[in-house]
Design a protein around this ligand. Structure first.
Ligand SMILES: [Zn+2]
Length: 154
């Protein structure tokens, strides 16, 4: 369940089911301003139900960590009219298809076992682990940075 951040005490709280219903029905009506009571400090604060992606039916897809040693980047799926590929904006790496991306994910897990905690294997391939350890960036800093000579990873 998503947390809402309170403007007053700056902490996140779990909304009650009444609050979730209130937010969703206000969003449906296109309202941009409601008052919510914080579950931590009890103060009321203004909230814009229409700008929030919270509680949307579609789960937000979490981006996958770029499977290149030393990279803190993420892979996005680029779906242009005539081109579809996976790319990393940080390293410039491009994977033509999911198989090539999976191959690099498996290779980096073999090389750096901590990378296993970045990815989850599902029936339809690798996805990002939403429960990644918080020190992952430090672990990646310990990897030997791979300078790409070829950006196309196929
Ligand atoms: Zn509060």
């Amino acid at each position: 369940m998503d947390l809402i951040k309170c403007d007053r005490c700056e902490s996140g709280f779990r909304p009650s089911s009444e609050q979730v219903n209130f937010i969703l029905s206000s969003k449906e009506k296109g309202m941009t301003f409601i008052m919510l009571e914080c579950g931590n400090c009890g103060m009321s604060f203004p909230f814009n139900p229409s700008s929030t992606a919270l509680f949307d039916e579609e789960p937000q897809e979490i981006p996958i960590r770029t499977p290149i040693p030393g990279s803190h980047g993420y892979v996005s799926f680029v779906d242009d009219e005539d081109e579809k590929f996976y790319g990393c904006g940080e390293t410039g790496a491009i994977w033509r298809n999911k198989e090539n991306l999976s191959r690099d994910i498996e290779a980096i897990i073999n090389k750096y076992p901590h990378r296993k905690k970045c990815y989850l294997k599902t029936g339809s391939g690798w996805i990002a682990n939403s429960n990644e350890p918080s020190n992952m960036d430090e672990l990646i800093d310990q990897e030997e940075v791979e300078e790409l000579r070829r950006f196309k990873r196929d």
